[in-house]
Design a protein around this ligand. Structure first.
Ligand SMILES: Nc1ncnc2c1ncn2[C@@H]1O[C@H](COP(=O)(O)OP(=O)(O)O)[C@@H](O)[C@H]1O
Ligand SMILES: [Mg+2]
Length: 430
Protein backbone atom coordinates (compact mmCIF):
# COMPACT_ATOMS: atom_id res chain seq x y z
CA UNK A 1 0.00 0.00 0.00
CA UNK A 2 1.52 3.32 -1.03
CA UNK A 3 1.56 6.00 1.68
CA UNK A 4 -1.07 8.70 2.09
CA UNK A 5 0.84 11.89 1.31
CA UNK A 6 -1.94 14.10 2.64
CA UNK A 7 -1.01 12.92 6.16
CA UNK A 8 2.76 13.42 5.82
CA UNK A 9 4.61 15.19 8.59
CA UNK A 10 7.88 17.03 8.09
CA UNK A 11 10.43 17.88 10.76
CA UNK A 12 12.90 20.74 10.61
CA UNK A 13 15.62 18.85 8.75
CA UNK A 14 13.27 17.48 6.14
CA UNK A 15 11.82 20.95 5.57
CA UNK A 16 15.34 22.31 5.03
CA UNK A 17 15.96 19.76 2.32
CA UNK A 18 12.50 20.01 0.75
CA UNK A 19 12.53 23.81 0.57
CA UNK A 20 15.71 23.96 -1.53
CA UNK A 21 14.83 25.24 -4.98
CA UNK A 22 16.27 23.06 -7.77
CA UNK A 23 18.12 26.04 -9.24
CA UNK A 24 19.86 26.50 -5.90
CA UNK A 25 20.70 22.85 -5.44
CA UNK A 26 24.33 21.85 -5.82
CA UNK A 27 25.31 19.41 -8.56
CA UNK A 28 25.27 16.56 -6.00
CA UNK A 29 22.91 16.38 -3.02
CA UNK A 30 23.21 13.54 -0.53
CA UNK A 31 20.53 12.60 1.98
CA UNK A 32 22.38 10.48 4.49
CA UNK A 33 21.47 8.84 7.77
CA UNK A 34 19.64 6.16 9.65
CA UNK A 35 17.43 3.53 8.05
CA UNK A 36 13.77 4.67 8.01
CA UNK A 37 14.68 8.28 8.63
CA UNK A 38 12.64 9.40 5.61
CA UNK A 39 15.45 9.91 3.08
CA UNK A 40 14.01 8.08 0.08
CA UNK A 41 10.49 9.50 0.44
CA UNK A 42 11.89 13.02 0.69
CA UNK A 43 13.77 12.54 -2.57
CA UNK A 44 10.63 11.14 -4.20
CA UNK A 45 8.65 14.16 -3.02
CA UNK A 46 11.02 16.53 -4.82
CA UNK A 47 11.22 14.71 -8.13
CA UNK A 48 8.39 16.53 -10.01
CA UNK A 49 9.87 19.90 -9.10
CA UNK A 50 13.38 18.85 -10.15
CA UNK A 51 12.21 17.30 -13.43
CA UNK A 52 10.33 20.42 -14.30
CA UNK A 53 13.43 22.55 -13.68
CA UNK A 54 15.85 20.31 -15.58
CA UNK A 55 13.59 19.72 -18.59
CA UNK A 56 13.44 16.69 -20.85
CA UNK A 57 16.36 16.98 -23.23
CA UNK A 58 18.38 14.08 -21.82
CA UNK A 59 18.05 10.74 -20.08
CA UNK A 60 17.14 10.45 -16.39
CA UNK A 61 18.51 7.51 -14.47
CA UNK A 62 17.36 5.71 -11.33
CA UNK A 63 19.84 3.25 -9.88
CA UNK A 64 20.24 1.08 -6.81
CA UNK A 65 22.09 -2.06 -5.83
CA UNK A 66 19.96 -3.88 -8.42
CA UNK A 67 16.95 -3.09 -10.60
CA UNK A 68 14.86 -5.02 -8.07
CA UNK A 69 15.93 -2.88 -5.13
CA UNK A 70 15.07 0.30 -7.06
CA UNK A 71 11.66 -1.15 -7.73
CA UNK A 72 11.08 -2.10 -4.07
CA UNK A 73 12.58 0.99 -2.47
CA UNK A 74 11.67 3.70 -4.95
CA UNK A 75 9.24 2.87 -7.75
CA UNK A 76 6.59 1.35 -5.46
CA UNK A 77 6.15 4.80 -3.90
CA UNK A 78 7.27 7.09 -6.75
CA UNK A 79 4.89 5.85 -9.44
CA UNK A 80 1.67 6.01 -7.36
CA UNK A 81 2.79 9.40 -6.04
CA UNK A 82 3.28 10.78 -9.57
CA UNK A 83 0.01 9.24 -10.80
CA UNK A 84 -2.26 10.07 -7.88
CA UNK A 85 -0.93 13.43 -6.79
CA UNK A 86 0.44 14.91 -10.03
CA UNK A 87 -1.75 13.29 -12.69
CA UNK A 88 1.22 11.64 -14.38
CA UNK A 89 1.17 8.53 -16.55
CA UNK A 90 4.04 6.12 -16.02
CA UNK A 91 5.05 3.08 -18.02
CA UNK A 92 7.72 0.80 -16.61
CA UNK A 93 9.28 -2.17 -18.39
CA UNK A 94 10.94 -4.15 -15.63
CA UNK A 95 12.82 -6.30 -18.16
CA UNK A 96 14.60 -3.51 -20.01
CA UNK A 97 14.50 -0.94 -17.19
CA UNK A 98 12.87 1.63 -19.48
CA UNK A 99 10.60 4.01 -17.62
CA UNK A 100 8.49 6.60 -19.43
CA UNK A 101 6.91 9.34 -17.36
CA UNK A 102 4.46 11.88 -18.71
CA UNK A 103 4.23 14.66 -16.18
CA UNK A 104 2.63 18.10 -16.49
CA UNK A 105 2.50 17.76 -20.28
CA UNK A 106 6.11 16.69 -20.78
CA UNK A 107 7.54 13.26 -21.59
CA UNK A 108 10.58 12.17 -19.60
CA UNK A 109 12.64 9.22 -20.72
CA UNK A 110 14.08 7.41 -17.74
CA UNK A 111 16.15 4.31 -17.19
CA UNK A 112 16.29 2.04 -14.16
CA UNK A 113 19.45 0.03 -13.56
CA UNK A 114 21.49 -1.83 -10.96
CA UNK A 115 24.88 -0.45 -9.91
CA UNK A 116 26.01 -2.99 -7.34
CA UNK A 117 28.11 -5.40 -9.40
CA UNK A 118 31.68 -4.96 -10.54
CA UNK A 119 30.55 -5.02 -14.19
CA UNK A 120 27.45 -2.81 -13.69
CA UNK A 121 29.14 0.15 -15.38
CA UNK A 122 29.01 -1.67 -18.73
CA UNK A 123 25.24 -1.05 -18.92
CA UNK A 124 25.60 2.74 -18.74
CA UNK A 125 28.40 3.49 -21.17
CA UNK A 126 27.62 6.25 -23.62
CA UNK A 127 24.96 8.93 -23.68
CA UNK A 128 24.31 12.10 -21.75
CA UNK A 129 22.19 12.25 -18.62
CA UNK A 130 20.72 15.24 -16.85
CA UNK A 131 19.42 13.52 -13.71
CA UNK A 132 20.59 10.62 -11.60
CA UNK A 133 18.93 9.35 -8.44
CA UNK A 134 21.14 6.81 -6.70
CA UNK A 135 19.16 4.92 -4.08
CA UNK A 136 21.51 3.62 -1.37
CA UNK A 137 24.61 4.96 -3.06
CA UNK A 138 27.19 3.17 -0.84
CA UNK A 139 25.90 -0.14 -2.22
CA UNK A 140 26.92 0.90 -5.75
CA UNK A 141 30.19 -0.25 -7.20
CA UNK A 142 32.84 2.46 -7.36
CA UNK A 143 33.31 1.95 -11.11
CA UNK A 144 29.57 2.46 -11.68
CA UNK A 145 29.63 5.66 -9.60
CA UNK A 146 32.49 7.10 -11.65
CA UNK A 147 31.00 6.08 -14.96
CA UNK A 148 27.66 7.63 -13.96
CA UNK A 149 29.33 10.88 -12.92
CA UNK A 150 30.99 11.10 -16.31
CA UNK A 151 27.59 10.83 -18.02
CA UNK A 152 26.08 13.79 -16.11
CA UNK A 153 27.38 16.48 -18.42
CA UNK A 154 24.32 18.52 -19.30
CA UNK A 155 24.34 22.03 -17.91
CA UNK A 156 21.47 21.56 -15.46
CA UNK A 157 22.44 18.03 -14.50
CA UNK A 158 21.70 17.02 -10.93
CA UNK A 159 22.61 14.01 -8.85
CA UNK A 160 20.56 13.13 -5.79
CA UNK A 161 21.49 10.15 -3.65
CA UNK A 162 20.55 8.64 -0.35
CA UNK A 163 22.76 6.54 1.87
CA UNK A 164 22.75 4.44 5.01
CA UNK A 165 26.02 4.63 6.93
CA UNK A 166 28.73 2.04 6.44
CA UNK A 167 32.37 2.08 7.46
CA UNK A 168 34.15 5.49 7.49
CA UNK A 169 36.68 3.98 5.06
CA UNK A 170 34.03 3.71 2.35
CA UNK A 171 34.81 5.83 -0.76
CA UNK A 172 31.67 7.93 -0.35
CA UNK A 173 32.67 8.95 3.17
CA UNK A 174 36.32 9.50 2.29
CA UNK A 175 35.74 11.46 -0.92
CA UNK A 176 32.65 13.47 -0.12
CA UNK A 177 31.18 13.34 3.39
CA UNK A 178 34.36 13.77 5.43
CA UNK A 179 35.70 16.67 3.29
CA UNK A 180 32.25 18.29 3.43
CA UNK A 181 32.15 18.03 7.23
CA UNK A 182 35.72 19.38 7.39
CA UNK A 183 34.61 22.40 5.38
CA UNK A 184 36.62 21.64 2.24
CA UNK A 185 35.60 24.48 -0.18
CA UNK A 186 36.15 22.46 -3.36
CA UNK A 187 33.78 19.73 -2.21
CA UNK A 188 31.29 22.19 -0.75
CA UNK A 189 31.00 24.03 -4.07
CA UNK A 190 29.46 20.99 -5.78
CA UNK A 191 28.17 18.83 -2.95
CA UNK A 192 25.43 19.34 -0.37
CA UNK A 193 24.85 17.09 2.60
CA UNK A 194 21.73 16.46 4.69
CA UNK A 195 21.87 14.13 7.65
CA UNK A 196 18.83 12.45 9.25
CA UNK A 197 18.35 10.33 12.35
CA UNK A 198 15.39 8.08 13.04
CA UNK A 199 14.01 10.73 15.41
CA UNK A 200 13.87 13.24 12.55
CA UNK A 201 11.18 11.19 10.79
CA UNK A 202 7.94 12.43 12.35
CA UNK A 203 5.94 9.86 10.37
CA UNK A 204 7.17 6.99 12.52
CA UNK A 205 5.30 6.16 15.71
CA UNK A 206 7.07 6.64 19.04
CA UNK A 207 6.55 2.95 19.81
CA UNK A 208 8.21 1.92 16.57
CA UNK A 209 11.26 4.06 17.32
CA UNK A 210 11.43 2.84 20.93
CA UNK A 211 11.26 -0.78 19.77
CA UNK A 212 13.98 -0.21 17.19
CA UNK A 213 16.20 1.36 19.84
CA UNK A 214 15.88 -1.76 21.98
CA UNK A 215 17.27 -3.88 19.15
CA UNK A 216 20.62 -2.17 18.75
CA UNK A 217 23.57 -1.33 20.94
CA UNK A 218 27.01 0.18 20.50
CA UNK A 219 28.15 0.59 16.92
CA UNK A 220 24.94 -0.82 15.52
CA UNK A 221 22.87 1.67 17.49
CA UNK A 222 25.09 4.45 16.15
CA UNK A 223 24.55 3.25 12.58
CA UNK A 224 20.93 2.16 12.64
CA UNK A 225 19.37 4.82 14.86
CA UNK A 226 21.70 7.78 14.62
CA UNK A 227 22.95 7.06 11.13
CA UNK A 228 26.66 7.53 11.91
CA UNK A 229 29.56 6.24 9.82
CA UNK A 230 31.42 4.15 12.40
CA UNK A 231 33.54 1.03 12.16
CA UNK A 232 32.05 -2.20 13.43
CA UNK A 233 33.72 -3.45 16.61
CA UNK A 234 33.04 -5.75 19.55
CA UNK A 235 30.99 -8.93 19.29
CA UNK A 236 29.41 -9.68 15.92
CA UNK A 237 26.25 -11.06 17.55
CA UNK A 238 26.19 -8.80 20.59
CA UNK A 239 22.46 -9.24 21.10
CA UNK A 240 22.63 -13.03 21.22
CA UNK A 241 21.44 -13.94 24.71
CA UNK A 242 21.95 -17.50 26.00
CA UNK A 243 18.91 -16.90 28.21
CA UNK A 244 16.55 -15.94 25.39
CA UNK A 245 18.07 -17.71 22.42
CA UNK A 246 18.66 -21.27 23.57
CA UNK A 247 16.45 -24.17 24.57
CA UNK A 248 16.86 -27.67 25.97
CA UNK A 249 16.96 -30.84 23.91
CA UNK A 250 13.63 -32.03 25.33
CA UNK A 251 11.92 -28.93 23.95
CA UNK A 252 13.28 -29.76 20.48
CA UNK A 253 12.05 -33.36 20.78
CA UNK A 254 8.63 -32.10 21.82
CA UNK A 255 8.50 -29.77 18.82
CA UNK A 256 9.50 -32.57 16.46
CA UNK A 257 6.82 -34.87 17.91
CA UNK A 258 4.21 -32.08 17.58
CA UNK A 259 5.20 -31.47 13.96
CA UNK A 260 6.00 -27.86 14.84
CA UNK A 261 8.80 -27.76 12.29
CA UNK A 262 7.52 -27.34 8.76
CA UNK A 263 10.91 -28.11 7.26
CA UNK A 264 14.38 -29.43 8.08
CA UNK A 265 17.61 -28.44 6.37
CA UNK A 266 21.37 -28.27 6.89
CA UNK A 267 24.39 -26.00 6.56
CA UNK A 268 27.96 -27.17 6.03
CA UNK A 269 31.36 -25.52 6.27
CA UNK A 270 34.11 -27.93 5.20
CA UNK A 271 37.36 -28.10 7.17
CA UNK A 272 40.27 -30.45 7.78
CA UNK A 273 42.88 -28.85 9.97
CA UNK A 274 40.32 -26.20 10.76
CA UNK A 275 37.19 -27.79 12.23
CA UNK A 276 34.36 -28.83 9.96
CA UNK A 277 30.90 -27.70 11.00
CA UNK A 278 27.59 -29.19 9.90
CA UNK A 279 24.31 -27.96 11.43
CA UNK A 280 20.76 -29.28 11.36
CA UNK A 281 17.90 -26.78 11.45
CA UNK A 282 14.13 -26.81 11.73
CA UNK A 283 11.86 -23.89 10.93
CA UNK A 284 8.44 -23.40 12.50
CA UNK A 285 5.23 -22.11 10.94
CA UNK A 286 5.98 -18.73 12.56
CA UNK A 287 9.38 -18.70 10.85
CA UNK A 288 11.47 -19.24 13.95
CA UNK A 289 14.70 -21.13 13.21
CA UNK A 290 15.87 -23.80 15.65
CA UNK A 291 19.40 -25.13 15.42
CA UNK A 292 18.68 -28.71 16.40
CA UNK A 293 22.05 -30.42 16.25
CA UNK A 294 25.65 -29.98 15.10
CA UNK A 295 28.59 -32.04 13.90
CA UNK A 296 31.87 -30.31 14.70
CA UNK A 297 35.52 -31.32 14.61
CA UNK A 298 38.85 -31.42 12.79
CA UNK A 299 39.80 -34.20 10.36
CA UNK A 300 36.26 -35.06 9.41
CA UNK A 301 35.55 -35.78 5.74
CA UNK A 302 32.52 -36.45 3.52
CA UNK A 303 32.12 -40.01 4.81
CA UNK A 304 31.67 -38.66 8.34
CA UNK A 305 29.19 -36.05 7.15
CA UNK A 306 27.14 -38.57 5.16
CA UNK A 307 27.08 -41.00 8.08
CA UNK A 308 26.07 -38.24 10.50
CA UNK A 309 23.23 -37.02 8.25
CA UNK A 310 21.89 -40.55 7.77
CA UNK A 311 22.09 -41.21 11.52
CA UNK A 312 20.27 -37.97 12.30
CA UNK A 313 17.46 -38.68 9.81
CA UNK A 314 16.97 -41.97 11.67
CA UNK A 315 17.34 -40.48 15.15
CA UNK A 316 14.78 -37.70 14.55
CA UNK A 317 12.64 -39.71 12.14
CA UNK A 318 12.41 -36.82 9.71
CA UNK A 319 13.45 -36.08 6.13
CA UNK A 320 15.87 -33.17 5.51
CA UNK A 321 15.03 -31.04 2.47
CA UNK A 322 18.39 -29.56 1.49
CA UNK A 323 21.91 -28.72 2.53
CA UNK A 324 23.78 -25.54 1.65
CA UNK A 325 27.53 -26.06 1.69
CA UNK A 326 30.51 -23.80 1.25
CA UNK A 327 31.53 -23.81 -2.40
CA UNK A 328 35.27 -24.27 -1.84
CA UNK A 329 35.09 -28.11 -2.05
CA UNK A 330 33.12 -29.01 -5.19
CA UNK A 331 34.50 -32.57 -5.26
CA UNK A 332 33.29 -33.26 -1.73
CA UNK A 333 29.91 -31.68 -2.46
CA UNK A 334 29.68 -34.00 -5.45
CA UNK A 335 30.19 -37.00 -3.17
CA UNK A 336 27.36 -35.79 -0.93
CA UNK A 337 25.08 -35.61 -3.98
CA UNK A 338 25.91 -39.19 -4.93
CA UNK A 339 25.42 -40.55 -1.42
CA UNK A 340 22.30 -38.53 -0.55
CA UNK A 341 20.26 -38.52 -3.78
CA UNK A 342 17.05 -37.41 -2.06
CA UNK A 343 18.53 -34.25 -0.63
CA UNK A 344 19.39 -31.17 -2.69
CA UNK A 345 22.96 -29.97 -2.18
CA UNK A 346 23.34 -26.25 -2.86
CA UNK A 347 26.67 -24.43 -2.93
CA UNK A 348 25.70 -20.83 -2.50
CA UNK A 349 28.07 -18.67 -0.53
CA UNK A 350 26.29 -15.55 0.76
CA UNK A 351 28.11 -12.24 1.09
CA UNK A 352 29.62 -12.10 4.57
CA UNK A 353 28.41 -8.65 5.65
CA UNK A 354 24.91 -9.14 4.25
CA UNK A 355 24.38 -12.51 5.84
CA UNK A 356 25.67 -11.29 9.20
CA UNK A 357 23.08 -8.56 9.10
CA UNK A 358 20.37 -11.10 8.25
CA UNK A 359 21.39 -13.25 11.23
CA UNK A 360 21.58 -10.21 13.51
CA UNK A 361 18.07 -9.26 12.44
CA UNK A 362 16.73 -12.73 13.21
CA UNK A 363 18.39 -12.75 16.62
CA UNK A 364 17.08 -9.27 17.44
CA UNK A 365 13.54 -10.46 16.77
CA UNK A 366 14.15 -13.72 18.73
CA UNK A 367 13.76 -15.78 15.58
CA UNK A 368 16.81 -18.00 16.06
CA UNK A 369 17.04 -20.53 18.91
CA UNK A 370 19.93 -22.91 19.56
CA UNK A 371 19.73 -26.33 21.23
CA UNK A 372 22.07 -25.70 24.17
CA UNK A 373 22.73 -29.38 24.84
CA UNK A 374 23.50 -30.49 21.29
CA UNK A 375 25.09 -27.34 19.80
CA UNK A 376 27.79 -26.48 22.30
CA UNK A 377 30.28 -25.20 19.71
CA UNK A 378 27.71 -22.94 18.10
CA UNK A 379 26.85 -21.54 21.48
CA UNK A 380 30.51 -20.97 22.33
CA UNK A 381 31.19 -19.14 19.06
CA UNK A 382 28.09 -16.93 19.33
CA UNK A 383 29.54 -15.64 22.60
CA UNK A 384 33.07 -14.88 21.31
CA UNK A 385 32.94 -14.29 17.52
CA UNK A 386 34.11 -10.69 17.16
CA UNK A 387 35.34 -7.82 15.01
CA UNK A 388 39.05 -6.91 15.15
CA UNK A 389 40.34 -4.56 17.84
CA UNK A 390 42.07 -1.26 17.00
CA UNK A 391 45.53 -2.85 16.59
CA UNK A 392 44.23 -5.79 14.56
CA UNK A 393 42.16 -3.67 12.17
CA UNK A 394 44.83 -3.11 9.53
CA UNK A 395 44.84 -6.85 8.80
CA UNK A 396 41.13 -7.02 7.99
CA UNK A 397 38.77 -5.54 5.47
CA UNK A 398 36.07 -3.29 6.92
CA UNK A 399 33.21 -4.99 8.70
CA UNK A 400 34.93 -8.37 8.46
CA UNK A 401 35.16 -10.31 11.75
CA UNK A 402 38.36 -11.90 13.03
CA UNK A 403 38.91 -15.26 11.33
CA UNK A 404 38.81 -17.26 14.55
CA UNK A 405 35.98 -19.14 16.15
CA UNK A 406 34.05 -18.76 12.93
CA UNK A 407 33.42 -22.35 11.79
CA UNK A 408 29.92 -22.82 13.20
CA UNK A 409 29.25 -19.12 12.53
CA UNK A 410 29.95 -19.51 8.80
CA UNK A 411 27.93 -22.70 8.61
CA UNK A 412 24.97 -21.04 10.39
CA UNK A 413 25.06 -18.20 7.87
CA UNK A 414 25.15 -20.62 4.92
CA UNK A 415 22.11 -22.51 6.20
CA UNK A 416 19.90 -19.77 7.58
CA UNK A 417 20.51 -17.01 5.03
CA UNK A 418 19.94 -19.50 2.25
CA UNK A 419 16.54 -20.42 3.64
CA UNK A 420 15.77 -16.82 4.47
CA UNK A 421 16.51 -15.49 1.00
CA UNK A 422 14.94 -18.31 -1.01
CA UNK A 423 11.99 -19.53 1.02
CA UNK A 424 11.11 -17.41 4.05
CA UNK A 425 9.31 -14.51 2.28
CA UNK A 426 9.53 -12.30 5.30
CA UNK A 427 9.13 -8.53 5.11
CA UNK A 428 11.50 -7.08 7.65
CA UNK A 429 14.25 -4.58 7.07
CA UNK A 430 17.29 -5.73 8.92
N1 LIG B 1 6.57 12.13 3.64
C1 LIG B 1 6.15 11.03 4.27
N2 LIG B 1 4.83 10.82 4.45
C2 LIG B 1 4.38 9.73 5.08
N3 LIG B 1 5.18 8.76 5.57
C3 LIG B 1 6.50 8.93 5.45
C4 LIG B 1 7.06 10.06 4.79
N4 LIG B 1 8.40 9.95 4.82
C5 LIG B 1 8.67 8.78 5.46
N5 LIG B 1 7.54 8.17 5.85
C6 LIG B 1 7.43 6.88 6.58
O1 LIG B 1 8.73 6.52 7.04
C7 LIG B 1 9.16 5.29 6.45
C8 LIG B 1 10.62 5.37 6.09
O2 LIG B 1 10.82 6.34 5.08
P1 LIG B 1 11.93 6.15 3.96
O3 LIG B 1 11.95 7.39 3.15
O4 LIG B 1 11.73 4.88 3.26
O5 LIG B 1 13.22 6.06 4.89
P2 LIG B 1 14.76 5.82 4.47
O6 LIG B 1 14.89 5.98 3.01
O7 LIG B 1 15.47 6.85 5.26
O8 LIG B 1 15.06 4.43 4.96
C9 LIG B 1 8.24 5.09 5.25
O9 LIG B 1 8.07 3.72 4.97
C10 LIG B 1 6.96 5.77 5.69
O10 LIG B 1 6.21 4.88 6.47
MG1 LIG C 1 15.54 4.43 1.68
Amino acid sequence: MPIDWTKSKYGKKHRQFLSKKPENMKFFTLCDGAARSGKTLSVIYKIPQIFSYIGNDYLKVFSGYSKGTVRNNVLTELLPYLRNYHGATCKYNSQSGELDIKLWGKNYTCFVTGGGKSDSDAAIQGGTWDFWYANELPKHHYSFYNMALSRLTSERARLIADSNPESPNHWLYVEKIKPFLDGNPEVRSVFDYFHFTMNDNLNLSKTFIENQKKLYRGVFEARKIKGLWVVADGLVYDTFSPLKHTCLHEEILRKIANNDFIEYFLGLDWGWNHPLSCGLYGITQNKVYYKIDELYGSRLNETDVIRWINDKQKEYGRYFRFLNADNARPEQNHKLRQALPNMIIYEEKPRLQDSISVLRGLINYDNLIVNSERCKNTLREFKIYRYPSEDEKSRYEDDVPVKENDDTMDETRYAVTFYESHFAKRIITY
